[in-house]
Each structure stands twice: as structure tokens, then as C-alpha cells.
Design a binder for this molecule. Structure first.
Ligand SMILES: [Zn+2]
Length: 452
């Protein structure tokens, strides 16, 4: 299938940060065949090409979310004000009551929300990530998927103790490697596998060493939450400094996506930089936890940074704004980063963090056709003046009209084409209600008591 998107403003995100007025993008099969002037490209395309007249619209590369937990959409409206220890008060208790079918339908809704809002690539890591793989494949989104492992003994955890359990370790590694063997490279490499761990305090050194060995053997990248409030716990559990421990057990490096890193000092930033570790920065989520990563300092040190949505949320434009706002508040400086920098963090830079910048992240000839179109003739986006600044500060997921992934038209006129959107909203709502009813019966409230 071929498409010509014409009469549009093309924000390319190429290395010259080129923006083409009256531009056009020619898509052939899964790739971008040409980018340029609208009348020139119109003359080039054949009769079999579907023409999309994008007058008044802006074309951007699809957003790349370098960190998500799709099934955690179930916590929307219940987790945001819970404060510390959501893992103990919500995530672990919920995993004891929610069914696989409920998790699947809620995760599917999260995928549809991402596509609808212009997110074309997602890194999904979760305890049972493979549950979501079939719908990810069907939906058309590009994804890196990994089982998020830990090897805690859960009975000991309930008593407030950290005890590592070799049997749990073996089981989790089997799940993680099994997902990779079944899904890596599927749908013409639109789906890739990763290896993932929850964090350092929930992993034994043996677990981390094994992840590294499998990553090398299977040539997969690793993603792990780091520097996210674990410093004291890591010291207690492993008698080690967190980033040194991570480095010594193979979970820092140029094939590692570290998530969060808001709890870092200067020496730790140096370790990240020296090892070439990449950062998934989740400012929208973290600001509500009262945290912000020192991304300006990290960028000065040469660390590759891309944005991630993380839990509950789905509007990537909010993440762009949170990135700017939190960095400026952190620095007390209104000139830290520009709208263009934020957009780059969310597209080409995030693609680089995932090792996919040769294929996606910008609108350039030869790259995969992963892009979104936004109608600017709408309330909130007029006058446009500068398309990048206006979209970054004023755009919303609901303003996205058209989305392509891998050359496939997955959103048309604001409606996802690869799933029944209305049916999914209905079924996911019911599934969440059921799950929360079971949660409340078991725990007496919509959050378990805080840990001692
Ligand atoms: Zn996370």
C-alpha cells in the first residue's frame, strides 16, 4: 500500500531540525519513500497511491515511549494520591486478585490509548508482559516487550523481610527468556523482546548476573528501574552502593535503558555516563511523586535521554510539558530546554535510547513510516504561529487525527482501526470494576495498609 500525505507542515526531527511548509511525505509499504515539497511529490506518485490531503495539519514522527507498564492502567484514579509505597499498597495486592483476562483487556485499552494519541513505539515491561503480546501484535503498535523479573520470596516480603528465592528466580528467568524466544522479531521485527528487572533491591546478584548472561547470549537489551528511591534499601540488602552494584552485576552499559534515575549524585551520573547507559526519563509520573531527575546535568555529561510515559497516563503531550516544567523548576531557570528539545526527547532521542534511531524517530527517506498527523484548526491550537512550540505547549492526545505505524494506517479520523475502541472502553471499565471489587473484599479498602 502507498500513501501520499500532502499540503502539510512536516516537522522532520532530522539532524538539521528541518520543518517543511507545504510539504509532503510519500509512504511505500512500510517505509518513507520521499519527504519534500508537496507539488513535486504529488507529480511523482502513481495512481495506486492513496492521497491524504492534510491541509492545515502538522506531521510529526510518532512518539516513542521508552517506559510503560500497560496493565497498570487499572490503577488510574486510585494510585495518583497514594504517595509512597504504591508497590506494597496497590501493585502487589492487586496482582493477588486480578485475573489474567481482566489484565489483558485493561492492557489492550492502554495500547489503543497510546496509538490514538500518536505513540507509535512503546517499551513495555511488566510481571506478565507476555499477556499483552497478542494484542500488541494485532494493534499494529511497535513494541519492545519484557517480563519484569524479581526473585523475592513473597512470604518473607509480607513480613517486611528481603529474602531471595532460587526457585522464584528460575521461574521468572524462564518466563523472561520464554517471551523472548516466542516473540522477538515477530511481525517483521515490529515486536522485539527485552530483558527487564524491577530494581536492585528486589533482585539478587545471581538474578542480575543471569540477566546479563541471557542479554549477551540472545543479543537483547536490558531495562531496569534505577535511582528511584532504593539507595538505603540497596545498601541494607546488598551492602553496596546502588550504581556500583548495578555496574558490577552487568545492568549498566550501552545496551541498558535505566528508568527514572532521580536519586543520583554527581559520582553516580559519572558512572552512568562512563558506562554509556541510556535513560528513560518519566517526568510526568515522577513529578507527582515529588521527584525530578537532573536531566540537564545528565545531558551535559553526554547521557542519552528519552522520555517515557510510565504508569496510569496516556497523553504524551503532557509528558513533553512535564519534561520542560520540571527541568526548569529544578534549575530555577526558564531557559532550560526548548519545546524542540522536548519533542526530540520524545521522538528521535527516545528512539536512540531504544537503539532504534536508524529505523524510527524522524521523518526521513528510508526510515519506517511511523508518524502522526495533528489538525491545527481546532480550539487550543490556533493561532499556530510556530508548529513545534504550539504543539508541545498546547497539544493533546485527542488532537491527533491520523497515525501510521510500519506504513499501516492504524488511526484514521481519530479512530483506531485495528480494534473496536468503544467495545474496549466498555469491557476494560467492567474488568477494572470487577478487579477493584475483589481488591476491596480482600483488603477492606482501595489501598492496602502502608508497610511497617
Ligand atoms: Zn516503571
Amino acid at each position: 500500500m502507498s500513501f501520499l500525505i500532502k499540503n502539510v507542515t512536516v516537522v522532520t526531527l532530522n539532524s538539521h531540525r528541518e520543518v517543511i511548509e507545504n510539504g509532503a511525505v510519500l509512504i511505500k509499504k512500510d517505509r518513507i519513500e520521499a519527504v519534500g515539497d508537496s507539488s513535486t511529490l504529488s507529480a511523482q506518485c502513481g495512481d495506486e497511491t492513496e492521497i491524504i490531503n492534510g491541509h492545515g495539519q502538522v506531521v510529526l514522527p510518532g512518539f516513542v515511549s521508552a517506559h510503560n507498564h500497560l496493565g497498570y492502567a487499572v490503577f488510574r484514579g486510585r494510585a495518583e494520591d497514594v504517595g509512597h509505597a504504591p508497590t506494597h499498597r496497590l501493585y502487589l495486592p492487586m496482582s493477588g486478585v486480578i485475573s489474567n483476562e481482566e489484565r489483558q483487556v485493561i492492557g489492550s485499552l492502554a495500547v489503543v490509548e497510546l496509538l490514538r494519541g500518536g505513540v507509535t513505539t512503546v517499551l513495555e515491561m511488566e510481571e506478565d508482559a507476555e499477556l499483552f503480546a497478542p494484542f500488541i501484535e494485532k494493534s499494529g503498535i511497535r513494541a519492545l516487550i519484557g517480563v519484569m523479573v524479581n526473585d523475592l520470596n513473597l512470604d518473607a516480603l509480607a513480613r517486611g523481610e528481603t529474602v531471595f528465592d532460587p526457585a522464584a528466580r528460575e521461574l521468572q528467568l524462564e518466563k523472561a527468556v520464554g517471551l523472548a524466544q516466542r516473540w522477538h522479531g515477530k511481525s517483521d521485527h515490529r515486536i522485539q523482546a527485552i530483558l527487564a528487572a524491577t530494581g536492585l533491591s528486589t533482585s539478587s546478584p545471581e538474578l542480575l548476573d543471569s540477566l546479563r548472561a541471557f542479554a549477551d547470549e540472545l543479543r537483547l537489551c536490558i531495562s531496569i528501574h534505577l535511582g528511584f528511591g532504593e539507595r538505603d534499601l540497596v545498601k541494607r540488602v546488598h551492602q553496596a552502593k546502588q550504581f556500583e552494584f548495578a555496574r558490577d552485576h552487568g545492568v549498566l552499559g550501552s545496551d541498558v535503558v535505566a528508568v527514572h534515575c532521580f536519586e543520583v549524585d554527581e559520582a553516580e551520573i559519572d558512572i552512568l555516563a562512563e558506562t554509556g547507559t541510556r535513560l528513560a526519563h518519566c517526568p510526568h509520573m515522577n513529578q507527582f511523586r515529588g521527584e525530578v531527575a537532573p536531566v540537564q546535568r545528565m545531558r551535559e555529561k553526554g547521557i542519552q535521554i528519552g522520555l517515557g510515559i510510565d504508569n496510569y497516563f496516556s497523553d504524551y503531550f503532557e509528558v513533553l510539558r512535564s519534561c520542560l516544567a520540571s527541568a526548569r523548576i529544578h534549575a530555577h531557570d526558564p531557559e532550560v530546554f526548548s519545546a524542540y528539545d522536548a519533542l526530540a526527547f520524545g521522538t528521535i532521542d527516545a528512539a536512540r535510547v531504544l537503539g532504534l534511531d536508524d529505523e524510527i524517530g524522524s521523518i526521513e527517506k528510508g526510515k519506517k513510516a511511523d508518524l502522526q498527523m495533528i489538525d491545527m484548526a481546532t480550539l487550543g491550537l490556533t493561532p499556530v504561529n510556530d508548529p513545534v512550540t504550539t504543539l508541545v505547549y498546547h497539544g493533546h492526545a485527542k488532537d491527533v487525527k491520523t497515525v501510521f505505524v510500519d506504513g499501516n494506517l492504524v488511526v484514521r479520523e481519530g479512530v483506531v482501526q485495528t480494534a473496536d475502541q468503544a467495545d474496549l472502553i466498555h469491557r476494560a471499565g467492567d474488568a477494572a470494576n470487577n478487579a477493584w471489587q475483589k481488591f476491596r473484599e480482600r483488603h477492606g479498602a482501595y489501598a492496602a495498609p502502608p508497610p511497617n
